[in-house]
Design a protein around this ligand. Structure first.
Ligand code: NAD
Ligand code: TYD
Length: 376
C-alpha cells in the first residue's frame, strides 16, 4: 500500500488516525487527507504532522460529495486504499438539522464509492454524478474501508451486546444516515466486487475531540466552573474506547481484514453517563484540584453536575461484542478507562491554545486565511 486517501482527517478520529499511521504503524507511503473543514474539522490538529511529513502528507480542502474533485484526486494520486472517516457525527446536531447528515454521510459515501469503483476498474477519471459504467472493480490489491458506528444497531435493553449479525435499527437521523452508508458500501461489494471492509465502533474519547461531545464538553466546562449537563437520569450506557485503540483497529482491518466483512470495535468498557462524568471530575481533582482552580469558587467539580432535559429518542444502552476482530485479526483495546481519561484530561490541560482557538472559533478565521479550496 503506497498511497492512502483519508477522508475527514481533520476531525477527531481522522486526525488521530493520520497521526497513528504516520508515526506508529511503520507505513512508508503517502497520505492524502481530504476534508471539507466543517465546524468539526480543524487542520491545527495536524499542524505538526504537516511540518514533519512534508513529502508524505498532503492536505486537500474539499467535499467528499464533489465527484469532479474525487476524480482528479484518484487520477493524480492513484490511491491503493481509502480510509473513510468524513461524516457529520453529532447526534444532537442531527436532531436539529438532519440535512447535512444525509448529504455528507449518504451522498458523500456514494460519491466516494463510485469514484473508487471507477478509478480501480481502470476507467480513469472517475464517475460523473453517479452515472457509473456498470463495470465491476478491476484492481484486487486495493481496499475501501468505511468507518461506522455501533449506533446503527439501535438501542439495547439491560443485557446483550451488538454483534456483526445484529439487525440494523437506527433511531436518530445520524445513525440512520450512517446505516444507509453502510448498506451502500456493502452493496458495492456484492454488486461490483469492490474490496470493502466496514467497522462499527463504540464511543471514542481522547485528544483533539471537539467539545460538543460528552467527554470533552464536560472537561472544558468543569475547568471553567460551568454546569456539567447530564441528559435525563444519567443512566444511559455507552461503551467507551480510547481513540488510539480505534485507530489501531482501523489500520489492522485496512491491512488484513477480509473483503466484504464487517468488524465491530469496542472498548469492553460499559459505563453509565453519570459515572463517566464523575470519572472526569475525579481526574480533574487529581490534575487540577478544585481548591486550586479559581473558576470553581469553592465548589468541587462534582458539584457542577446538572441534570438536564433528555435528548429526544435517546438510545438507552450500547454494548459491543468485538470477538470477531479479536479472533480474526488479534486486536483488543489496550487503554483502561481511568488511565485513558487521565491522559485525555491532561491533554486538554496541556493544550490551552488549541482549546481557546476551538472555543472562541478563532480557528475558523485561521482556516479562512490559510486554506482556500485546493485544486487537485
Ligand atoms: P468529527 O465530526 O470530529 O470529524 C468529521 C470530519 O469530517 C471533520 O473534519 C469534517 O470537516 C469532515 N467532513 C464533514 N463533512 C465532510 C464532507 N462533506 N467532505 C469532507 N469532509 C467532511 O467526527 P469523528 O468523531 O472524528 O468521527 C469520524 C468517523 O467515525 C465518522 O464517520 C463517525 O460516524 C465515526 N464514528 C465516530 C465515533 C465517535 O465516538 N466519535 C464512534 C464510532 C464511529
Ligand atoms: P455523545 O458524546 O453526544 O455521543 P453519542 O450520542 O454518539 O453516544 O453522547 C454520549 C452520551 O452522553 C449520550 O448518552 C448522550 C449523553 N450526553 C449528556 O448526557 N450530556 C451532554 O451534554 C452530551 C453532549 C451528551
Amino acid at each position: 500500500m503506497k498511497t492512502i486517501l483519508v477522508t475527514g482527517g481533520a476531525g477527531f478520529i481522522g486526525s488521530n488516525f493520520v497521526r497513528y499511521v504516520l508515526e506508529r504503524s511503520g507505513f512508508k507511503g503517502l497520505i492524502v487527507n481530504l476534508d471539507k473543514l466543517t465546524y468539526a474539522g480543524n487542520p491545527e490538529n495536524l499542524a505538526d504532522i504537516g511540518r514533519k511529513y512534508k513529502d508524505r502528507y498532503v492536505f486537500v480542502k474539499g467535499d467528499i460529495c464533489d465527484f469532479a474533485l474525487l476524480g482528479r484526486l484518484f487520477k493524480k494520486h492513484k490511491f491503493d486504499a481509502v480510509a473513510h472517516f468524513a461524516a457529520e457525527s453529532h447526534v444532537d446536531r442531527s436532531i436539529f438539522g438532519p440535512r447535512d447528515f444525509v448529504e455528507t454521510n449518504i451522498h458523500g459515501t456514494f460519491a466516494l464509492l463510485e469514484s473508487a469503483r471507477s478509478a480501480w476498474a481502470g476507467h480513469g477519471t472517475g464517475a460523473s454524478a453517479g452515472q457509473g459504467t456498470g463495470a465491476s472493480a478491476g484492481r484486487r490489491d486495493v481496499r475501501f474501508h468505511h468507518v461506522s458506528t455501533d449506533e446503527v444497531y439501535g438501542s439495547l435493553g439491560a443485557t446483550g451486546k451488538f454483534k456483526e449479525t445484529t439487525p440494523y435499527d437506527p433511531r436518530s437521523p445520524y445513525s440512520a444516515s450512517k446505516a444507509a452508508s453502510d448498506h451502500l458500501v456493502r452493496a458495492y461489494h456484492h454488486t461490483y466486487g469492490l474490496p470493502v471492509t466496514i467497522s462499527n465502533c463504540s464511543n471514542n474519547y481522547g485528544p483533539w475531540h471537539f467539545p460538543e461531545k460528552l467527554i470533552p464538553l464536560v472537561i472544558l466546562n468543569a475547568m471553567e466552573g460551568k454546569p456539567l449537563p447530564v441528559y435525563g437520569d444519567g443512566r444511559n450506557v455507552r461503551d467507551w474506547l480510547y481513540v488510539e485503540d480505534h485507530c489501531a483497529a482501523v489500520w489492522r482491518i485496512l491491512l488484513k481484514g477480509r473483503p466484504g466483512e464487517t468488524y465491530n470495535v469496542g472498548g469492553d468498557c460499559e459505563m453509565k453517563n453519570i459515572d463517566v462524568v464523575k470519572n472526569v471530575c475525579a481526574a480533574l481533582e487529581e490534575l487540577l484540584p478544585s481548591p486550586e482552580n479559581p473558576a470553581l469558587k469553592g465548589k468541587n467539580y462534582e458539584d457542577l453536575i446538572t441534570f438536564v432535559k433528555d435528548r429526544p429518542g435517546h438510545d438507552r444502552r450500547y454494548a459491543i461484542d468485538f470477538s470477531k476482530l479479536k479472533r480474526e485479526l488479534g486486536w483488543r483495546p489496550s487503554a483502561d478507562f481511568t488511565g485513558g481519561i487521565l491522559r485525555t484530561v491532561r491533554w486538554y490541560l496541556d493544550n490551552p491554545g488549541w482549546v481557546k482557538n476551538v472555543k472562541t472559533g478563532a480557528y475558523r478565521k485561521w482556516l479562512d486565511k490559510n486554506y482556500r479550496r485546493s485544486r487537485a
